[in-house]
Design a protein around this ligand. Structure first.
Ligand SMILES: [Zn+2]
Length: 133
């Protein structure tokens, strides 16, 4: 799947968002090494800290399904129909770090109709991972 195709899947996944408090709907599309794609959306909670991000929803769905190797993730977010810049939060970057290689590709909406491209290592330099334990 191309980066643009994965981004489109993330944009479609925004419709799965449960975000009655912030109205900031986020969708994610995670491509596994075997080519399968898992969608995720942010899931808010009346107890705000219990909220889960779209990226982690996608990862946890895939991991619970037995997947352990991943190629890339795309993330799209924004309020209502507007797509805004939506880089992954620090918690999600750390979850990616648990399962992904430094070159894992991360695409996220840039707020101008396109997307930005980073590697996990660029987004989370000098990070703590499984090899440190
Ligand atoms: Zn997050």
């Amino acid at each position: 799947m191309t980066a643009a195709e994965l981004m489109e899947a993330a944009r479609e996944a925004r419709r799965l968002s449960y975000s009655p408090y912030s109205h900031f709907a986020v969708g994610a599309a995670l491509e596994c090494a075997d080519g399968s794609v898992y969608l995720g959306a942010n899931i808010e909670n009346a107890s705000y800290p219990a909220t889960n991000c779209a990226e982690r929803t996608a990862f946890f769905r895939a991991i619970a399904d037995g997947k352990r190797e991943f190629r890339a993730i795309a993330v799209s977010g924004g309020t209502g129909a507007n797509e805004q810049s939506c880089p992954p939060c620090g918690v999600c970057r750390q979850v990616m770090r648990e399962f992904c290689k430094p070159g894992f590709a991360v695409f996220f909406s840039d707020g101008e109709g396109g997307f930005e491209t980073f590697t996990l290592d660029e987004l989370l330099p000098c990070s703590f991972g499984p090899e440190h334990l």
